[in-house]
Design a binder for this molecule. Sequence first.
Ligand code: SF4
Length: 219
Amino acid sequence: MEAIQILNKKIANCKKCPRLSIYIRDVAKNKVKRFKDEKYYGKPLSGFGDVNAKLLIVGLAPAAHGGNRTGRMFTGDSSGDWVAKVMHKHGFASIPTSHNINDGLILKNAYITAAVRCAPPQNKPTKEEMNTCFGYLEQERDILKNITTVLCLGKIAYDATCKLYKVKPEKFGHNKLFKYDSIRIITSYHPSKQNTQTGRLTWVQWSSVFAKAKKLVLI
Ligand code: SF4
């Protein structure tokens, strides 16, 4: 078995954070009305994409009714719609949508992961949960040997990425680029509904981040 498959299996079976383990199973059991006929995944999520990628995209954590339902990060919710559409536009994804794990979405030169692998209540993992899950990010970094650029979706993802590459966090903002000997880090607001529906993150701003990432990984 490939190293990434071994890691992903370990993640899927992880129960190190009692609060999150209970929460994701509870969400999967007590479904919301709009998904009442669906079978939820309800387990921790591993990353997915091209293991030879130069671009690593780091999110916060799976969404309770998005990734936790469909079994793939950024899949089956509005954040996933924004991610797939922009990645397709810039040549990182085979299709512009991300609805379910059998939709045929294939990432090219990009790998998507998150700071935390279990959907947290109110999208807020505790510091302890973030620290506990951090080891999986380190293992991914060691397996994904071609990563030159990390795109961080939100401040929590940015802080985790700085910790991962042992660099000092700068002031977080949208579409910033930080270059180090070991890695290049781009920051973006997270494409959550709270940001995309309030105009805090516009499509043009979102797309410009991926245009920047594309240029960097072509170098
Ligand atoms: S958040 Fe990470 S460490 Fe905690 S239970 Fe989920 S997979 Fe395990």
